[in-house]
Design a protein around this ligand. Structure first.
Ligand code: MG
Length: 404
């Protein structure tokens, strides 16, 4: 399956009580916008390869600010940012905005499946996303939903109850709504050509085009921020979560052997030399130690358990990939990286001239400010294997804040 997530963020959202200048998907929840929470939730799911956001044509500046808040490096981890496609402008209605997004996907990556999600549902969990993805192996459409628990009353126009509606088999639909891509694209084109532009839900449109849609388990926390009350609820949920965060640290250590060669990778930077480091991957001992430090802080195994050296898949791979993976595990747990610190132990090469490039490389991979990245170096006074130049060692520490 090649799955893209299509996030509809083109609404004006005036019902949430925000001014028209700040639609609800850009409202700040904790340290970032609702949209950033939503994108992070989808992009950190391993089944999703691409994320496309449909924005309102007037929201270009808000969108830029979402990508680079306060002129900083970004609200997304680098692995999430890599999945993000350039945004597409939406249409007059939600339905036309979805169609614009689907057409962009058809013109570009042509996924096999698409998950269409409301930007204003920032609390979608990995479990709900997996429920939808799993259902798509047997159904052309899948929608997360919650059973109704309140009694339903139907009234006349004046608020007088006419009848009590049985709630058996009634569900409240959520998003992401997942579909086989060619089928939902055809359904949207056909609705638009038939002059229908008023569907507020993709499952309803898909059913109109005679597609079949399965219900899967949604979650109460996957609510849509619609009213001012919802926004307060979302803000307090994020605040509660941040209060139940704890600081965790982890360390990492790695050694790679040297052999004659033309240069080596250290902390993501290629350094010409008369030797190289030997390893299954590119043998970047600094990034390996740092990857282990992050995994250590999470209590999430080590680099060898995530990327077994016995698997040919990782042969010669850039170690950046391992570090990105560790950062994505932090994001999946709802955590953030506070700072990282790497110490390289070698006589050669001299690290000083490359230190700033190394800090920048690590900061870019982890999507951290450079000020939160430290790279240090020491010799071992010509003692031991590092002193004799038989190998290079690296130590690293990582400090995270993660939910308890
Ligand atoms: Mg290693």
């Amino acid at each position: 399956m090649k799955i893209a997530a299509l996030i509809v963020a083109a609404g004006r959202g005036t019902r949430a009580g925000s001014s028209a200048a700040e639609p609800k998907q850009y409202a700040v929840l904790g340290d970032k916008s609702a949209l950033a929470h939503t994108v992070a939730a989808l992009a950190s799911h391993s089944a999703i390869g691409h994320v496309l956001i449909v924005i309102h044509p007037d929201d270009g500046d808000l969108y830029q600010n979402f990508i680079h808040p306060n002129g900083g490096s970004g609200a997304l981890t680098s692995s999430a940012a890599q999945k993000l496609m350039p945004p597409v402008n939406g249409g007059m209605t939600r339905q036309l905005s979805v169609l614009a997004g689907l057409e962009r996907l058809a013109d570009t990556i042509q996924p096999s499946h698409v998950l269409i999600h409301d930007a204003a549902r920032p609390f979608v969990s990995p479990q709900v996303i997996s429920n939808v993805v799993n259902a798509l192996t047997t159904s052309a459409g899948a929608v997360p939903a919650m059973p109704l628990t309140d009694t339903l009353q139907k009234t006349n126009g004046d608020g007088l109850i006419l009848e009590t509606v049985p709630r058996d088999n009634l569900w409240r639909a959520q998003t992401p709504q997942g579909f086989a891509f060619p089928a939902i694209l055809a359904a949207h084109r056909s609705a638009s050509q038939s002059g229908r532009d008023d569907f507020t839900d993709d499952a309803a449109l898909f059913r109109w085009a005679e597609g079949q849609v399965m219900i899967v388990n949604g979650e109460e926390q996957n609510f849509k921020i619609t009213t001012a009350e919802d926004l307060i609820k979302a803000q307090s949920l994020v605040a509660q979560r941040s209060q139940s965060m704890i600081v965790r640290i982890g360390n990492g250590f790695d050694v790679h052997r040297t052999e004659p060669g033309t240069g080596l990778y250290l902390c993501g930077v290629h350094i010409p030399a008369e030797f190289t480091l030997v390893g299954h991957s590119d043998a970047d001992v600094g990034l390996h130690a740092l990857t282990d430090a992050i995994l250590g802080a999470l209590g999430d195994g080590d680099i060898g358990s995530h990327f077994p050296p016995t698997e040919p898949e990782w042969k010669g791979v850039a170690s950046k990939h391992f570090l990105e993976h560790a950062a994505s595990r932090v994001a999946q747990r709802g955590g953030i990286l506070n700072n990282v610190d790497v110490t390289l132990i070698c006589e050669q090469p001299k690290i000083g001239p490359h230190r700033e490039a190394m800090r920048t490389a690590i900061a870019t991979i982890l999507n951290l400010e450079t000020g939160r990245v430290s790279v240090k170096a020491t010799t071992s006074e010509q003692l031991g294997f590092t002193g004799r130049g038989e190998g290079i060692a690296a130590l690293a520490m990582a400090c995270l804040t993660v939910p308890v």
